[in-house]
Design a binder for this molecule. Structure first.
Ligand code: ATP
Ligand code: MG
Length: 327
């Protein structure tokens, strides 16, 4: 209990659309421990970003958080006022978005905006300059002095992502959320960012929630992984355990389908079919229509997350029975 940085319980996020209520995040529960990297994976539209935005209370209309708890530092973040939550964001939980241009202010220099964040903490200008300077060096920005004076559009995408990581880590957050921090970047720059995040989490000890499509990144950086499908978390466990013994048919297909895993085979498998319309009421397992191992009960009853091995949870009727016990 004590070593949990964040404990998300039954988080639900709905989008009220013309087509009905989209249950983008449907009773999602997981925790992240001190210094741990937890990866959230799944196909596009499965609710990964919405989960992160829910944790940060950044869900905007037509979305609402319709249930759940997000325990962080002895508080439920979902019960904080907007002003209290603003203090948590950036200071205690840092978030890196897919496109860093969305979160860097175009009219301030890199150094200026890093220092501004630090000066909010009542730090003086000289000290803030030094911390920003050292941090940019830590995130491997060359020629730091002149980069401090650059504007976001004057630096490359890879460099912007490094600046974002530095800007977040500057304030020493207990949790860093990185939503697809590398997808907009080319492969060698991606590898550099991942290596950098790996080094920094050791130096700064922040827990990390990383959202990615790429099981290669999961293997490189994460300790535990959660697999999402159609708004549900369907499998969770240590990375080594999930890689060696994936249980859910969706996880197995996803591991085969993702490019990094299959690159030696030179062929990309895709999972047949598409994610169901989340606005429609469904009975049974969300994956039933695409599942190669679908049983009759899969269309009738929704499977719940059960512990299938120590610390390894899976929501699948194929795994029920035996000595499993419900959480
Ligand atoms: N503003 C919105 N209005 C209506 N539906 C939305 C909105 N934002 C997200 N959704 C829906 O919520 C679901 C989850 O979306 P989300 O962006 O969280 O997926 P994701 O797993 O992050 O996908 P990707 O890998 O493409 O980033 C999708 O069905 C999406 O259509
Ligand atoms: Mg997303």
């Amino acid at each position: 209990m004590k070593d949990k940085v964040i404990d998300i319980k039954e988080l639900c996020v709905d989008f009220h659309t013309q087509g009905g209520i989209v249950k983008a995040v449907d009773h999602v529960s997981f925790d992240i421990r001190k210094g741990e990297v937890f990866a959230l994976v799944g196909e596009s539209g499965c609710g990964k970003s919405t989960t992160a935005m829910g944790i940060m209370q950044l869900i905007r209309s037509p979305g609402t958080i319709s249930g759940g708890e997000v325990h962080f530092e002895g508080r439920d973040l979902l019960r904080l006022s907007a002003a209290e939550m603003t203090k948590v964001r950036g200071r205690e939980i840092g978030m890196i978005f897919q496109n860093p241009l969305d979160s860097l202010n175009p009219v301030y220099t890199i150094g200026g905006q890093m220092m501004e964040g630090l000066m909010v903490e009542k730090m003086d200008k000289k000290e803030a300059y030094q911390i920003a300077f050292d941090m940019l060096r830590d995130v491997k920005i060359s020629d730091v002095e002149s980069r401090m004076k650059s504007y976001p559009h004057e630096i490359s995408g890879g460099m912007r992502q490094r600046v974002m990581i530095g800007m977040m880590l500057c304030r020493n957050p207990k949790l860093l959320i990185a939503d697809e921090p590398t997808t907009a970047l080319d492969v060698t720059i991606q590898a550099g960012i991942i290596q950098l995040m790996n080094e920094l989490r050791q130096k700064y000890g922040s827990a990390v929630l990383i959202i990615t499509h790429d099981f290669g990144i999961v293997a490189d950086i994460a300790d535990r992984v959660g697999v999402m499908y159609a708004g549900n978390l369907i499998e969770v466990g240590e990375v080594t355990e999930i890689f060696d013994h994936p249980k859910h048919p969706y996880t197995r297909l996803l591991m085969k389908a993702l490019p990094t895993i299959t690159k030696e085979e030179g062929r990309l498998e895709t999972i047949k079919g598409t994610v169901p319309n989340l606005a429609e009421e469904r009975q049974g397992c969300n994956f039933a229509d695409r599942c190669p191992s679908c049983l009759p009960q899969c269309r009738e009853k929704k499977p719940v997350l059960l512990e299938v091995a120590s610390g390894h949870l899976c929501a699948c009727h194929l795994e029920e029975g035996g000595s499993n016990h419900a959480r």
